[in-house]
Design a protein around this ligand. Sequence first.
Ligand SMILES: *Cc1c(COP(=O)(O)O)cnc(C)c1O
Length: 390
Amino acid sequence: MTSLLYPLLDPLPDPAEAPAAPSHWLLTPGPLTTTATVKRAMLHDWGSWDGDFRALTASIRHRLRDIAGVGEDYTVVPMQGSGTFAVESALTTLVPPDGGVLIPVNGAYGQRMVEICRRAGVRHAVLEIEETSALDPQAVAQRLADDPTLSHVALVQVETSTGILNPVDEVAQVTAAAGRRLIVDAMSAFGALWIDPAKAPYEALVFSTNKCLEGVPGMGFVLTRVSALEEARARGPGRSLSLDLVDQWAYMERTGQFRYTPATHVLAAFRQALDEFDAEGGRTARYARYRRNYDVLIAGMAWAGIKPLLPEALRSPIIVTFLAPVHPAYSFTAFYDAMKRRGFIIYPGKMTRVESFRLGCIGAIDVPVMEECTRACVAALKEIGVEVQD
Ligand SMILES: *Cc1c(COP(=O)(O)O)cnc(C)c1O
């Protein structure tokens, strides 16, 4: 570019030249692998108050409500930040000071909700379960019966730290039967695993741009009953300014804008990601692709003698925790580096007791990538001196 005005600026990249295939496949949900077209949707600057951007925000909010399959008694409030910011916003806004939230914990993300409540002074009780066990809805029912001051239950749908799929329907039913309300951290499942509101009544779902909807990271969403926001508003200002869900919602309803600078490029990319979600065939098709990825992954790793941590009944086609090979030459760092050289970024285990690693099935990846991944695992383990079958 030879402009006299902007001599120091690099020329704008030609969108058509954005690389079609990523330099590395991210098997780390998330961030996860996104399509070239989602990345290209970020090559445009938006004014946050501009009418086009407000329309973009409004359309995203409506489309997310449609994906959830709920009606106008629910609304979607976007929240800047990663998924945790949205979880924190939901817990601190929706659980009333004279109530409390029961948090069943079988992994790191359940534990994170406990930590959020502890720091923010949200009354809470913890139902601790083994991190390799499904939680028992009857235990939830019992705790609710024992403590009538608990107004809410907060549950992680898929515990991404192990891949466990928690029994949301059953927990929702015992929660509703006890006259309490459910908040679901649906972060790593929304868009692929559906929660039917008729079977599993909930007050709020929390999710983000960068998991099964395959956008880039930077925004979270709280889908919640409008009545819950109205009740929270009646209680007065929340304890956090930037994470106040009621303020965020009320301002957006009034002006169509965000209170504070939104992640404009992230939302533009997210609209493209939602277009691609629709084009693929929505939730059912996305689930089917993840399921294929998962089947190939499990079969390929079994071939090499590498076993998943959890029994099949507890696993989800979102992310799989594998037991690390028991071999003196194995170290996660060496394995990670050897995988990276082969074009794959993998996840360490998040288990407290067992040595493990995790591979995600989600993102803009399909069967050939998963096949290549299992071959790369075998080659990488051999390279670092671990004997595997092949
Ligand atoms: C990814 C994820 C989150 C949010 O994590 P961030 O790093 O803040 O985006 C929360 N809960 C679950 C279950 C997740 O998978």
